[in-house]
Design a protein around this ligand. Structure first.
Ligand code: GLA
Length: 471
């Protein structure tokens, strides 16, 4: 890199020389390569760089969109973009991975995002559109961007949200606007829905609000992040089961969101609440002023364990089939005829309670902290597998192998149906753990063996999104 290295922008990230120094060391090689790629592509130097990390969720799966707190940490892998600005009014996007094709779109019209064709650049455009709408800017400046990603795609480590967040940050910076990290997280959570998935906001929140060295409890309404001190005698190891799951390309994810929404209405109606205005399971708890244990009892009392047909739901709620399709279903769940309400609601209230217990163990750090946290992780996986049905045979096998290899707790992380497990491993057992998982899960299968290097690694809590200016 030339004599003047890019400077961390101080009015966005923390005004701290130390943080700048650390980030610069971490990203030096990547920045250098990206700068070269950018110059080769566009014939001039980038004006600035933006970076947004992926995340691993330690506990609290599929409950953010129900209004409940989650407990993720940022990972070192991230999306890094190099950007220059011009007055062409056009947005040029290129990716260092040749698998992802170049794309050019006008920044002066309504930005089009094709939900039925979730290509990489549409995720970027979600972030662009979010900022464009937030500032009501019909005409965006022209941008030339090269994007570099190190988060394995469709692995449950939030590569798509990191891309949306990076794009939001890039668009804000290029158009000389300024927003707080909380505002950026909220905008990016909302605009990612343009691609069609009804995610809850965990991924975007941790990408912006993460701080090096600490996991975070993320609470919603209002959005805030609180430090969670993890035990010093254990580490978190991520392992990818090597089954890809693209949540925008299938309807599993949105079916769960819809089932939770219907369960909200059914529970609220049974308790005589204003059910039409309630959308999230957490709102029912708030309205009733009940504990999570009482909510679990309510689920037992109100919902039956068999699937519900559309007809039964419409009859109970007193709505027509048209109202059901319009008000309760999303565009990619219109075909679904049966809904599992009891197991989904049981998972959500149980998992919400596990997050609070996890946080309280981390706060009080009793002598058996690692064991207690491990148990909560195991219960979380069982609930995701059996009640929420968001695991898959390979993930279950990998979690079993991790537990046998010495993890005190192991669970799927992220949306599921493929992707990664996260395991909590006593620090003195990490080497033997990795060796055993390598031999039992990766080595016997040539495809997995080829992916092992980027699929099995220790992860420490990383920092949040940032901008570097090239001077
Ligand atoms: C995806 C979504 C998140 C969250 C997780 C499951 O990553 O984007 O909002 O719902 O799945 O916990």
């Amino acid at each position: 890199m030339e004599s003047n290295p890019p400077r961390l922008k101080t009015n966005f990230a923390d005004n701290d020389r130390y943080i700048y120094y650390i980030l610069y060391i971490i990203y030096y090689n990547r920045l250098h390569q990206l700068k070269n790629a950018f110059e080769e592509k566009y014939g001039h130097s980038p004006k600035f760089y933006a970076h947004a990390p992926g995340r691993v969720n330690l506990i609290g799966e599929h409950i953010d969109y129900c209004g409940y707190s989650v407990l993720p940490m940022a990972i070192e892998q991230s999306i890094l973009a190099a950007v220059s600005v011009n007055d062409s009014g056009k947005i040029h996007l290129s990716n260092t991975n040749p698998q992802y094709k170049d794309s050019t779109v006008p920044g002066s019209e309504t930005i089009y995002i094709d939900k039925d064709d979730p290509q990489w650049h549409y995720y970027f455009l979600c972030g662009v559109k979010g900022i464009q709408e937030n500032f009501s800017m019909p005409n965006l400046v022209g941008m030339q961007c090269v994007v570099d990603g190190t988060i394995p795609a469709s692995s449950g480590l939030s590569s798509s949200s990191a891309l949306v967040c990076c794009a939001g940050l890039v668009t804000m910076e290029a158009n000389e606007k300024s927003l707080s990290k909380v505002a950026l997280a909220e905008i990016c959570a909302k605009c990612e829905r343009y691609i069609g998935t009804e995610g809850g906001g965990m991924d975007q929140s941790i990408s912006f609000l993460a701080e090096k060295g600490t996991a975070k409890l993320i609470e919603f309404n209002p959005l805030r992040a609180t430090d969670v001190k993890l035990p010093g005698d254990a580490v978190f190891v991520i392992s990818n089961c090597c089954v890809e799951m693209n949540k925008a390309a299938s309807s599993h994810f949105n079916i769960r969101v819809v089932e939770c929404r219907i369960a909200t209405k059914m529970l609220a109606k049974a308790k005589g609440l204003e059910w039409k205005t309630l959308l999230k399971l957490a709102q029912v708890q708030t309205e009733l002023g009940a504990s999570l244990e009482e909510m679990l009892d309510l689920v037992e009392a109100v919902l039956h364990t068999d699937e519900y047909s559309r007809e039964e739901i419409c009859e109970t709620l007193g709505i027509t089939s048209e109202q059901f399709c319009r008000d309760l279903l999303s565009s990619n769940t219109q075909h679904v005829s049966h809904f599992k309400l009891y197991p989904r609601a049981r998972h959500v209230y149980g998992e919400a309670s596990r997050v609070l217990r996890f946080k309280s163990v981390c706060d009080s750090q009793p002598a058996d902290s690692v064991q207690l946290l491990g148990d909560l992780m195991k219960q979380s996986h069982a609930s995701c597998r059996d009640l929420y049905e968001c695991s898959c045979p390979e993930l279950d096998q990998l979690v079993d192998i991790c537990l046998k290899a010495g993890a005190v707790g192991s669970r799927l992380t992220g949306a599921g149906w493929g992707g990664c497990a996260v395991s909590m491993v006593p620090s003195d057992k990490v080497e033997s753990f990795i060796q055993t998982v390598r031999e039992a899960y990766y080595a016997p299968d040539s495809r997995r063996a080829a992916m092992e290097k980027q699929s099995l690694f220790v992860s420490k809590p990383g920092g949040g999104a940032s901008v570097f200016i090239q001077e």
